[in-house]
Design a protein around this ligand. Sequence first.
Ligand code: FAD
Ligand code: NAD
Length: 463
Amino acid sequence: MAEEQQYDLVVLGGGPGGYVAAIRAAQLGFKTACVEKQNALGGTCVRIGCIPSKALLDSSELFEQIRDKSAVHGISVPPPTVDVAKMHARKDGVVKANTDGVAFLFRKNKIDWVRGFGRLTSPETIEVQGEDGTRTLRAKTIILAPGSVPVELPFLRYDHERIIDSTGALTIPEVPGHLVVVGGGVIGLELGSVWLRLGAKVTVLEMAPTILPGMDGEIVRQADRIFRRQGFDIRTETRVTGAERQGDRVVVSVEGQDPIEADYLLVSVGRRAYTEGMGLEEAGVRLDRGVIQVDQNFHTGVGSVYAIGDAIGGRMLAHKAEEEGVAAVEIAAGHLGDVNYDAVANVVYTWPEIASVGLTEEEAKAAGREYRVGKFPFQANGRARAAAETDGLVKVLADAHTDRLIGVHMLGPRCSDLIAEAAFAMEMHASAEDIARSVHAHPTFPEALKEAALAVDGRTIHL
Ligand code: FAD
Ligand code: NAD
C-alpha cells in the first residue's frame, strides 16, 4: 500500500469552483492539492462550457456581422463562407490556452494536480484512482467541487452522434441543415444562435410558456420577438415525447404536432449535480437528489469537509462557483467568507445579450415589494445608434421607499459587460440615484443604465 500524501487542503474537482479554491488556499499558505479526473484543468466551464461556447459565439457573430451588418455601414463584401473545421480549431486553441493557463497558475502557486478519480474515504482522506494506480491524500480540510453534468431525459437518450448534449453541440462538424433544440434555456439559445448564424434552420421546443423561464418577463418577451426575427422557430408549451434515428436523421415526436425531422437534436433541459460514485454518502455527506447539502458556511456537517459550485445547487454559474470556492477556503482558514447571491449577475450570450442581477419584476411582485421602475431603450442611446445596435432596453427596479436597487435587467448590445456596473452597485447597496448621479462617459452603452436609473425618478434626459 502506497504511503499517504499529507496536505493542508485538498480540493476534489478542478473546475472554476475547485481551481479557484485551490489557488486561494495556496495564497493563504496551505499545502494544497487538487484532484481532477480529466486530462486538463478548468472543468466544465473551461473545457466544454463557457469558454468554447463563447469562442463559437464570437466567431459566428463575426460571420453574421460581415454577412448581415456590413451593408448598413456602406461596406460591400461578397457573401462570406465558413470553414467549420477552422472555426473549431480556433475554439480548441482558445480552450487550450485557458486550460494551460490554469495548469500554469497551479505551478506558480505550488499546487499539486493529482490526476484521477477521487473518492472521499473518510472526512480527512481522498483516495485517487489514477492511470498509475491508487493513492491516498490526507488533508485537514477537504473542499468538494465535483460540478455538474447534463440532464438526460429517459425518452431522449443521448447517442452522442445525432442526439447530443451541449458538448456535442460544440463540435458539430458541419453547419446542420436543421438543428432541433429541446429546451429554450440558456444553452439552447446560445448554441442555437451559433448554428443559426452560420446558416442552419433552428427549431427550439420549449415545454414552458416562454423561453428563458425565470428571467424578467418583459425582457424575455422582447428577446423572444428579436430571436424569431433572427430566424429561430420557437415553439413554447411544446412537449417532446421521443426521438428516433433514421440513418443520419433524427425524427422528433412532439405531442399534438407533426413529427419534426432534424440533422441533429440538441437536448439542453438543464444540468444536475454530479456526485455519484465518490463515497460522499458513505462518508456522511448529505445529498438531496444528488445535490450536496451545506450550511451557510459551505460546510457539509462532516469533519472539515466543505462543498461548493454546481454540486451544491443554486445558480449553475462559473463566477458563483468561483466566489464560493474563495469563501469556503477563507472560512476554513478562520477568516470571514461570504457570497452575496443578490449581486450575482446572470448573462445569456445571445445577440443582443441578456443580462440581469437581483430580483425580476415578477419576483419583486411575488415578494410584495414596493418598487419603482425606470426603463431606457437602446434606440435612444447615441452609441447604440452609432453602432447600429438599437434593439433592447435597460430596466432598473428600485425600492419605492429607500430607492435602493433591487434588480437590473438588460437586453441589448454588450450587456454582458454593462451588467458589471449594476452588480457592483448592488454589492455596494447603491440606490438608483447613485447610478443616476454618476458621470458616465459619452457616448457609451452604459449611459443607457444611467438613463434607466434617472427614469426611476422620471428624470430621463434623452427620451
Ligand atoms: P465543473 O466546472 O463541472 O468542474 C467540476 C470538475 O470536477 C470537472 O472537471 C470534473 O471532471 C471534476 N470531477 C468531478 N468529480 C470528480 C472526481 N470524483 N474525481 C476527480 N475529478 C472530478 N457559466 C457561466 O457563468 N457563464 C457561461 O457563459 C457559461 N456557459 C456555459 C456553457 C455551457 C455549454 C455549459 C455546459 C455550462 C456553462 N456555464 C456557464 C456553467 C459553468 O460551466 C458551471 O457553472 C461551472 O463550470 C461550475 O463550476 P464547478 O467548479 O462547480 O464544476
Ligand atoms: P436551463 O435551465 O437554462 O434551460 C432548460 C430549459 O429546458 C428550460 O427552459 C426548461 O423549461 C426546458 N425544459 C426542461 N425540460 C424540458 C422538456 N422535457 N421539453 C422541453 N423543454 C424542457 O438549462 P440549460 O440551458 O441546459 O443550461 C444548464 C445550466 O448551465 C444553466 O441553467 C446555467 O446555469 C448553465 N449555463 C450558463 C450559461 C451562461 O451563464 N451564459 C450558459 C450555458 C449554461
